[in-house]
Each structure stands twice: as C-alpha cells, then as structure tokens.
Design a protein around this ligand. Structure first.
Ligand code: NI
Length: 174
C-alpha cells in the first residue's frame, strides 16, 4: 500500500468524467487499498479516484459508524425528497467550505472489489459523502453547488455569532 497524492481544484483531471471499472483485478485492489490509506492519512470522510488522478469510477465513503465503504461503479438509485444543508468541504479544495443542500437519505448501488453487486441505504453524513463522491466521478465539485465559499476562520466567526455550530460539517476534512 502507498499514499497517493491528492490533486486540488484547478487540476483539469478533476473536471473529467471517470470511466466505469470493467476489470476487478489486482490493479483495482491496489488502487482501493491506496485510496483508503490516503483517506485515513488525510483524516477525511470520503475520496474519489479522480482525486488521486485516476479516472475510474471508484470511491471510498466513511459511513456513520466510521467504516470505510468501497464503492466501485456507484450509482445513486434513489434519494429522499427531504434535503439537509451543511457546510461541506473537500480534500481537493483545502480550507474552504460551502453550503450545499443534499438529500438526507439515498440508496446507492455499487460493486465490491470483486465485481459483486450490492445496494446500501445511507443517511445523513454518509448520504452526503456518497453524493459528494459520486459527483467527483462526473467532474462536479461541491464549489459548483455552493453560492459562496468561506475559510474555516470566516465560518468559525459566522457560526459563533449565530450559534449554529451544529450545521457545520465537513464532508471530507476532519
Ligand atoms: Ni471532494
């Protein structure tokens, strides 16, 4: 296993559409293992393959129990009408947050590292992270969905003055 370099906003790779995984081989397993190691090292909640420069449909999402889910060729197949807003972040957009509304519950279908299909119900932070990561596979970054970006410092000031600290979450950061 090895740490991979996380590319940041401005790198054109982040704007490209990732290709489906068709071969569930050692190369894929190494990518997944490296992504997990990289995600833990970065203290994040999700990571998509294009963020490490690989245009394949692979994401890692940390669920609400802190477990890392390996999702190959993930598709959001259903989402709740109920939406929740939060200040989101991204490992590819260091030190920036933006308000993004997402469905509170989603159903994701995906394949595991051996190609076996499965389906998962995700809620709250895990649902948000899954949507955020699947967006990466289509070249979409949370900054596209937020009206305005704030630094951590600006956000801290804003939230301490409005006392809405509970609305501050960070999808991929600490
Ligand atoms: Ni991200």
């Amino acid at each position: 296993m090895a740490l991979r370099n996380i590319i940041t906003l401005g790198d054109k790779t982040l704007r490209k559409t990732s290709r489906p995984v068709t071969e569930f081989n050692d190369r894929l397993h190494t990518l997944i293992d490296d992504m997990k190691e990289t995600l833990v090292d970065a203290n994040g909640l999700g990571l998509a393959a294009p963020q490490v420069g690989v245009l394949r449909r692979v994401v890692i999402v940390v669920n609400n129990d802190g477990e890392m889910l390996e999702l190959v060729n993930p598709v959001i197949t259903a989402q709740s009408q109920e939406k929740v807003g939060a200040y989101e972040g991204c490992l590819s957009v260091p030190d920036k947050r933006g308000w993004v509304e997402r469905s509170r519950k989603v159903v994701v279908t995906a394949q595991d590292r051996f190609g076996e299909k499965f389906s998962l119900n995700l809620e709250d932070m895990a649902a948000r992270a899954a949507c955020h990561e699947v967006d990466h596979l289509n070249g979409t970054i949370f900054v596209d969905l937020a009206d305005q970006l704030f630094t951590e410092e600006e956000l801290d000031e804003m939230l301490s003055s409005t006392e809405e600290d509970e609305s501050a979450v960070n999808t991929e950061g600490k």
